[in-house]
Design a protein around this ligand. Sequence first.
Ligand SMILES: C[S@@+](CC[C@H](N)C(=O)[O-])C[C@H]1O[C@@H](n2cnc3c(N)ncnc32)[C@H](O)[C@@H]1O
Length: 243
Amino acid sequence: MYIYIVEKNNFLLKENLANFSELEFVNEIPNSNYYFVYDTDGLSFIKDSTHPKEALNLDFLTGAVDWRMKRASHEGNIKKALGKSDKQLLIFDSTAGLLTDTLIFLSLGHKVVAVEQSKILYSLVKDAVSRAEKKIPELKNLILINDNSINAYKSISKDFDAIYIDPMFPISKKYIKKSGKIESIKKILELENLKEDSQPLIEIFLDTNYKKIIFKRPLKQRNIYSNINYQVFGKTTRFDIFL
Ligand SMILES: C[S@@+](CC[C@H](N)C(=O)[O-])C[C@H]1O[C@@H](n2cnc3c(N)ncnc32)[C@H](O)[C@@H]1O
């Protein structure tokens, strides 16, 4: 994997990219269809060199994520899914992705272990966390892991209050095109040859000794699992809760 270095002040970069075995740091645009760029905005990923402006860069300090974190107390559906409790919960986010949902859990005062299988997504998230941690103190309650979440869950063996599962939805090509971030995640998973788990994550976690599973689904998808205890409905998605 190439990393085009624009910003020379990059002492944290190597640490955030630790999970790549082959890395080539270059000082000009590499001759590759996809590559990382490191500049004053931190780490970005170019998934298609013919569209370098569509780079994926995460910033938790501005924009929609920052707005949602500051208004986390208004996240009624996530709060209902977590349930009423005054205590700080320990949540296992099995599908960290771009970390948005985990950032809401953290903003609500909880602790999170978040696991992402993609090395590219993990590196982008790790870099964004490094840039944000001085301004978002809740990030001290986050452990971020780059692994398959089943492996990570088995090796941690902590007593989690909730397991959160937000798999990629089977969504239309039209929707993917409209949602740039989902399109980027899809493309990145293809580049890394990360196929869907042979057995859905939900089924594997339903077989564990869980306290609560929160399973995010498209609103209208039919129930496949009969032992749902309650559901929380949003505008386009819902949470199926297993106790
Ligand atoms: C829809 S995205 C999750 C979005 C995330 N909730 C957010 O707020 O940004 C699904 C993510 O789960 C990851 N994933 C799927 N199966 C996984 C597994 N078995 N272990 C770790 N990560 C997994 C995918 O790589 C993808 O990044």
